[in-house]
Design a protein. Structure first.
Length: 119
């Protein structure tokens, strides 16, 4: 079940990243916190592991050496992020720009409110 949840996070992050043209971290970090029960640091560290090639080894290493990276989650999310990104990018091409802009704003507001009211 745990791997299925990680895969779901990866696919959704990929879809939304491709759809909105954003980095996966804005999706992966809150998803790992609220859906998978990760701490903020572990979610950030795991997100960096997923985005390691484009983000950089040094930031990842700081989280990893302090035990704040879940390698298994990172691998599954990385693989499924590729799949979701492909489909999100395709879907974004057929959605009218004004709807895409509004959907993106609503998504950001939802995540912002969720982060503000959570402990």
């Amino acid at each position: 079940m745990e791997l299925i949840l990680y895969a779901l996070v990866g696919v959704v992050a990929g879809l939304l990243s491709g759809f909105f043209g954003i980095g996966g971290g804005i999706i992966i970090v809150p998803a790992l916190i609220y859906l998978c029960g990760f701490s903020q640091l572990k979610a950030q560290g795991t997100s960096l592991a997923v985005m390691l090639p484009p983000v950089g080894m040094l930031a990842f290493w700081q989280y990893y050496k302090n035990g704040n990276v879940d390698i298994k989650a990172g691998i599954v999310i990385c693989i499924t992020l590729l799949i979701g990104g492909m489909f999100g990018g395709k879907i974004a091409q057929i959605v009218p720009a004004d709807i895409l802009k509004k959907a993106f704003a609503i998504f950001l507001m939802f995540i912002s409110v969720k982060m503000l009211i959570s402990k």
